[in-house]
Design a protein around this ligand. Sequence first.
Ligand code: PLP
Length: 431
Amino acid sequence: MTAAANAADHLELGGCDTVELAREFGTPLYVFDEVTLRAQARRARDAFETRWNNSTLLYATKAYFSPFLADLYRDLELGLDVTSEGELEIARRADFDPARIYLHGNNKTHAEIRCALEMNVEHIVVDNPDEIPIIAALAHGLARSPRLLIRLSPDIDPHTHRYLTTGVADSKFGLGVANGEAERGYRAIARHSNLQVVGLHLHIGSQIFEVQAIVHALERALDLAADWRDRFGFELQELDIGGGWGVAYTPEQQSIPVDDLAENLCAALRAGLDTRALSPKVKLLLEPGRALIARAAVSLYRVGSIKTISAERTYASVDGGMGDNIRPALYGARYTARLANTFNAPTARAYAIAGRYCEQGDVLIDSIKLPTLERGDLLALPNAGAYQLPMASNYNLIPRPAVVLVRAGQARLLRRRETIDDMLACDLNPA
Ligand code: PLP
């Protein structure tokens, strides 16, 4: 949101010259813009709160989490969808209200469940039948029983990438509606006097551009809630319809406008509850990750070797790649890029932007038209905030990048660059 070209024709973010940032903090560098971070969260929160009074926006921390983000989302009164002890620990250190934390995971460990219960995390989202007796045993004797949501696998295809599709019948996530798994889960939970099912959960995928798919999933959940009410006396108190809101990474795409999304989903929920004579007091939970954070960061890379293979094909290699951004190699994610040190220079030719890691598949952008590149140029890739840093690795024993936060001309380090000592700290040599 604060991106602009300054008088030197350098890309500026949050009032900071990216060429200066790269000089000061090194590259690859992840630059988060505080204005964008706050605006995206507020906009999404308000879009739903104004349409559904009893709603809570949970930030899906898997997209990227850090102590700074925990403080920011706590202050904006969001909740959290967390999946590990590490994510729980960041929330604990930030004094995050445990009533606003939901524990997820398709293979939760005993330690994770225990940790959540000790922190008084109120909600656990059940993803597998066999975790039910484990939760019951670990919660035994606690003053307050955990409130459970059952994650449904509703068999709805949102037509996104196969690796980002999580709500079809053949998925490792959720309890099947059609095959009766969800109902068996419900009955199993009812046998434990210290557990209660308060709601249903859905998350049918990521990078969804078809809002109608989420509406269908929501309706399937309401059908089930009405059926269970009639047969078991179930009361739907909470409905979590997940995240997955599509974000534009390239000029041809268009992000889902959050107000339209909220309008559609809240209207469908209102009508759906009414048609089935379900209580309108249900609490609505949303769980976006990417839509809150992707756009808030830009990754900066230094251009190194430039190699021309043919008249059509030139590789420009940068000093990062799949070690800090696995998405292109993992599922063909597409990105755009701009030259940060001459922002408005006219485009001259197509380049493949290659990473520096020892995999032929380590190509960040297969083909993009850019001004003529030279060694030392600074390349900026927008939409770097989600699922890049949290999936980063030390492949080739290369340290992971630094992260800075910019605002009003000030840059603060959020994560220092890893050192070789950091990387080797866990290795032992008993010989
Ligand atoms: N909720 C659950 C259960 C997820 O698994 C995910 C992502 O995989 C999300 C929410 C967030 O998805 P997105 O970042 O696409 O909004």
